[in-house]
Design a protein. Structure first.
Length: 303
């Protein structure tokens, strides 16, 4: 019998002043009630109740036990109520880390929406393209792209996302449109350097046909928007994620090449700590993320 249940039983017994009445209230047999009282007294190591054939009364130790039990049970009830209120009206602070460009364009607006839905919750959004460690006490949710480096991490796939190679029509009209991965060797590339990745090594595959091409780099940057703008300006080919390209493809500022070839996965994941139960604020934001991106990936934001 756990301590909380023991205290609730004892409080009921003191109120009813009858083992049989307490047994009836708790839907147990009188003999089970007698055993519960004996178990509590054994645990405390003292006699708590004086029993006669006509009535029961508290020993001095029983008075002390009752006094503390009432306070502790009251505090537990208040705690449970606070947790229930938190579940419906989450408070506290939620810490989110996301890539700079993606976070600015997509995560920040979702945080704004989420804040309107839960006004008592504070959110700290950190945007950076620097490599960060898996979530800890300082980061509740880490947004990242591509396959996870550690299978022990807990991650939730928020949305599918592909990388594509593209260039401006101006560049392609001047230098030609690559038809095979090896044609990339005759082109100028714009490299995005992040997290010490090999920026000029582009991997493409179609079925069992796999290519790793070291593209000739003309310009490089650690800022995705800068690299994208250079491509729009006609300086070369760039490999970028679908979410970043969609608007420019639809407007005709960029054109896809080698579209039939797959590039390394860039699916969007939310990584978080492994816990028996997520904090309500974390679970709610994960649900908000997933439902929002489900809407976006079926809208004109993607092609």
């Amino acid at each position: 019998m756990d301590s909380a249940a023991s205290m609730r039983f004892f409080i009921s017994l003191c109120q009813k002043r009858s083992l049989s009445a307490t047994a009836l209230e708790m839907d147990i047999t009188p003999s089970a009630a007698t055993k519960k009282l004996a178990s509590i007294e054994d645990q405390m190591g003292v006699k708590l109740i004086n029993r006669t054939t006509r009535k029961i009364s508290l020993t001095p130790e029983g008075e002390i036990y009752l006094s503390y039990a009432q306070k502790l049970v009251s505090d537990m009830d208040l705690m449970q109520e606070a947790i229930r209120n938190q579940s419906s009206n989450p408070a506290g602070q939620l810490n989110i880390h996301a890539p700079l460009g993606f976070g600015r364009k997509y995560i920040a607006p979702l945080v704004s929406e989420f804040s309107d839905l839960h006004p008592d919750l504070a959110v700290r959004l950190t945007l950076s393209d620097k490599h960060v460690l898996p979530p800890d006490d300082a980061v509740d949710i880490l947004i990242r792209f591509g396959e996870l480096p550690d299978s022990r991490l807990i991650a939730r796939k928020i949305a599918p996302n592909r990388r594509f190679i593209c260039a401006s029509p101006k560049y392609l009209d001047q230098f030609g449109r690559p038809e095979t991965p090896n044609d990339l060797l005759n082109h100028k590339a714009i490299a995005l350097r992040q997290n010490d990745e090999t920026a000029n090594l582009w991997r493409l595959s179609k079925g069992n046909d796999v290519h790793s091409i070291r593209v000739p780099v003309k310009l490089s940057s650690n800022d995705g928007q800068v690299a994208l703008q250079w491509a729009i300006d006609g300086h070369g080919l760039v490999m970028r994620a679908q979410w970043d390209l969609a608007k420019h493809i639809r407007e005709g500022a960029l054109e896809l090449v080698l579209e039939d070839y797959e590039t390394p996965a860039a699916d969007i994941y939310a990584v978080y700590q492994q816990k028996a139960r997520l904090a309500t604020r974390t679970a709610l934001f994960l649900d908000h993320l997933e439902s929002s991106f489900l809407t976006q990936t079926t809208s004109t934001d993607y092609w």
